[in-house]
Design a protein around this ligand. Structure first.
Ligand SMILES: Cc1ncc(COP(=O)(O)O)c(C=O)c1O
Length: 393
């Protein structure tokens, strides 16, 4: 009988079970919204990146359906062969105008935008200076580039400066940070890193995946929030979170974008978005421009919920965004907190190593513009009860 050459995977999975870290995928039975049904249970959803509720916005639905009627369901090719539809170009123009850059290119996901960009604009001779908590897609792009990777402690600009100042003069260097860190909700040191990049002639890149639609005027991101226009060479955003659909983009100079058209491997070797996705994203940017009350509500809800968690005595780290971690330490404890909350009708995902460092496991919460005060109070009551029961507070 043939021995299973993948048998070691079952052993590793068993180890996850033994450590209480095995995660079964939760299944959404309904739409992605603030109160929804997951695994057959009605819950307040504190785990989605649907910051503004756009996944179910009527204008986005209509435009997606109209695009299906007008253009079909698929693009049929990669962008560089037959898969560039007029609507893809319209979206890129709209994004460039929104981000106040010369041009923009859309990728299939934020992950593809980061990994495809970092790996194509840098090579073996370059150095990448990266915050230790940057997103996995940046790390993968850096590895693929074969450049030397130098990691600085989280938000430690003095350490980044030491790294940059010790490089031989003329070394092609990229400084890169997330705008909002996805597991802690704090902001990247964007202004100070821009100063560093200016001083040493480095390329400056910001991944604004969690900042787009949340920070800055009409949700233009941290580059706008910190008024760093013209000082960030490569701005990445995602269309999969606040924008409510799917995709990622890079905004920057015309030369950067044309280069990515020619060299970014996800752009060259993976089929472009269905037209309905592009149409949805176009409608989403119109909504950002026309419905500022959504972002105001998001921030009202964020302040209310975070203050509530803090009053209850939870450790919410140093978040400055709608992402509020409830840090509990051990992975198994975070998973137990998440599971008990779920039983009480609140979905807040437990997150452990390796997504966050050992000993910093947490339940991560994200509020949205569409949570009602009753939803948030319901969630706080559940946190209070379960937190006491498990000895977290
Ligand atoms: C900071 C950051 N960058 C990039 C991404 C990837 O975005 P997408 O989900 O669009 O692939 C994510 C999402 O998980 C993220 O949190």
């Amino acid at each position: 009988m043939r021995q299973d050459p993948l048998g070691y995977l079952a052993t590793e999975l068993q180890a996850l079970h033994d450590q209480g870290l095995y995660r079964r995928l939760r299944v959404l039975d309904d739409e992605q919204k603030a109160r929804t049904s997951i695994d057959g249970r009605s819950v307040v959803n504190l785990s989605s990146n649907n910051y503004l509720g756009l996944t179910t916005h009527p204008r986005l639905r209509e435009r997606a359906l109209a695009a299906v009627e007008a253009f079909g369901v698929g693009s049929g090719s990669v962008r560089t062969i037959a898969g560039t539809m007029r609507i893809h170009i319209e979206l890129e123009r709209k994004l460039a105008a929104f981000k106040k850059t010369e041009a923009a290119v859309v990728f299939q996901s934020g992950f593809a935008a980061n990994a495809g960009t970092v790996s194509s604009i840098l090579g073996r001779d370059a150095v990448i200076v990266s915050d230790e908590l940057n997103h996995a897609s940046i790390i993968d792009g850096a590895r693929l580039s074969r450049a030397t990777i130098k990691v600085f402690p989280h938000r430690d600009v003095a350490a980044a400066r030491r790294i940059v100042s010790e490089l031989p003069r003329g070394t092609r260097t990229l400084i890169i940070t997330d705008g909002v860190f996805s597991m802690d909700g704090d902001l990247g040191a964007v202004p100070a890193l821009c100063d560093l990049a200016d001083e040493f002639g480095c390329i400056m890149m910001v991944d604004d995946a969690h900042a787009s639609g949340v920070f800055g005027r009409q949700g233009r991101g941290t580059v706008d929030h910190f008024d760093m226009h013209g000082r960030v060479d490569v701005q990445v955003g995602t269309l999969s979170k606040a924008i409510g659909a799917l995709g990622g983009y890079v905004a920057g100079s015309r030369a950067l974008i044309e280069f990515l058209y020619h060299r970014a491997r996800p752009f060259l070797f993976s089929t472009s978005h269905p037209p309905a996705v592009a149409a949805t994203c176009l409608a989403a940017i119109e909504v950002l421009e026309e419905e500022p009350q959504l972002i105001e509500r998001l921030w009202d809800n964020t302040r209310f919920f975070r203050a509530g968690l803090q009053e209850l005595g939870f450790n919410t780290g140093s978040s400055e965004s709608p992402i509020t971690p409830v840090i509990v330490g051990e992975g198994a404890r975070a998973m137990a907190l998440s599971d008990r909350l779920f039983e009480k009708g609140v979905f807040a995902q437990g997150i452990g190593f390796p997504t966050v460092p050992q000993g910093k496991a947490r339940v991560r919460t994200i509020v949205t513009a569409t949570h009602s005060r009753e939803d948030l109070q319901f969630a706080l009551d559940a946190f209070s009860a379960v937190g006491s029961e498990l000895g977290v507070i």
